[in-house]
Structure formats: structure tokens, C-alpha cells
Design a protein around this ligand. Structure first.
Ligand SMILES: Cc1cc2nc3c(=O)[nH]c(=O)nc-3n(C[C@H](O)[C@H](O)[C@H](O)COP(=O)(O)O)c2cc1C
Length: 168
């Protein structure tokens, strides 16, 4: 088993690295996956970009993805993993997880900052003018404006248990 990840601002990479050290598995950035690893069973972690699990299709063409983990900024809901599974048309046997990562506009490329900034402002305006705001709306506004990092190793514990059980 190998770990393959696609991270934009580093939050997904941090989870992939933690998983790799907890399970003593090799981890590879998708763009640097050596040919020698092609076809192997894999855990794939990708950041979520407008609902899309980034890198998934490319990773799928290179390895046998048994577990897929989406890292986004929305709060974790009981249905998050199921939505990710259906919205990305994942392979039926792929066990799917969703983790809330983090957001920091300063970690994005200048190009992305230009693209997302008007979107962020628009979203904030939209949410602020929407009444009544839910606590989740208010949290999203704060998170986009101030940034956040929700990293916690506990979020990987279910996945780690699954992988350890598979091993034994
Ligand atoms: C352009 C862009 C689009 C995003 N779209 C979503 C989204 O649809 N759903 C979500 O939950 N998070 C979304 N996010 C938040 C990222 O998925 C989140 O910040 C994640 O932790 C990034 O992981 P990374 O640091 O490994 O790149 C988006 C972020 C950016 C920059």
C-alpha cells in the first residue's frame, strides 16, 4: 500500500505525511509518483476544489485507489464523505472519507489569490446579507476572512484503524 496525495496549500500534504508516519507507508506527491509505484494499492488524499477531488482521475489512472480522502474547508457532516463519493463518481469499492483541512489565502498562488479574492468577497457579502445567518454561515465567513487550520491527527483515526485491520 502506498499513499498518494494532491495538495495545493499544504493541508492535505500534512495529513498524508502524518498517515505515512503512523502506518510506516511511503507517501508520494501525485506529480512525483515514480513509475515503479504504478499499479499499486493506494490511499489517495486530494484537496477539494469547487467540489472536485483534485488529482483523483490522474491518480486513478496510475494506481489502484482503495481509500480516497477529500480535504476541504466545509465542516464535517455525517453525509460529507457520501457527497464526495457521488459528486466525484468514485469507483464503487473505494472507501471514502472527508476531512476538514484549513484555509489561508496567503498560501495560495498569486493567480489563485486573484481568482478567489472576488469570489471570497462576493461570498462574504452574500452571507452577511442573508438573514438569519446560521452559526455555520458565520463560521465560514470568519474562516475565509481570517484563515484557519483545523489539523488534528484524530481525524485520521478511523482511516488508520481500517488500514491496520486490513493488514492483520
Ligand atoms: C479555489 C478553491 C476552491 C475550493 N473549493 C472548495 C469546495 O468546493 N469545498 C470545500 O469544502 N473546500 C473548498 N476549498 C477549500 C480547500 O479545499 C481547503 O482549503 C483545503 O484544506 C485545501 O487543501 P490544501 O491545503 O492541501 O490545498 C477551496 C479552496 C480553493 C482555493
Amino acid at each position: 500500500m502506498i499513499i498518494v496525495y494532491c495538495s495545493n496549500a499544504g493541508h492535505t500534504e500534512r495529513y498524508a505525511r502524518y498517515l505515512a508516519s503512523a502506518l510506516r507507508l511511503p507517501a508520494y506527491r501525485l506529480s512525483e509518483l515514480p513509475d515503479s509505484q504504478y499499479g499499486k494499492d493506494a490511499v489517495f488524499l486530494g484537496w477539494i476544489n469547487n467540489g472536485t477531488l483534485s488529482g483523483y482521475l490522474s491518480a486513478l489512472s496510475k494506481c489502484n485507489i482503495l481509500y480516497a480522502v477529500g480535504v476541504g474547508m466545509s465542516p464535517e457532516h455525517p453525509y460529507s464523505a457520501t457527497s464526495l463519493f457521488w459528486e466525484n463518481d468514485l469507483e464503487s469499492e473505494t472507501r471514502t472519507f472527508y476531512i476538514r483541512g484549513g484555509f489561508d489565502i496567503h498560501l495560495l498562488s498569486k493567480k489563485e489569490q486573484k481568482i478567489i479574492s472576488p469570489q471570497v468577497v462576493e461570498l462574504i457579502d452574500e452571507l452577511i446579507t442573508k438573514f438569519p445567518q446560521t452559526e455555520e454561515d458565520r463560521m465560514m465567513i470568519r474562516n475565509l476572512r481570517d484563515g484557519f487550520d483545523d489539523f488534528s491527527p484524530d481525524k485520521l483515526s478511523l482511516l488508520i484503524d481500517c488500514l491496520r485491520n486490513e493488514d492483520s
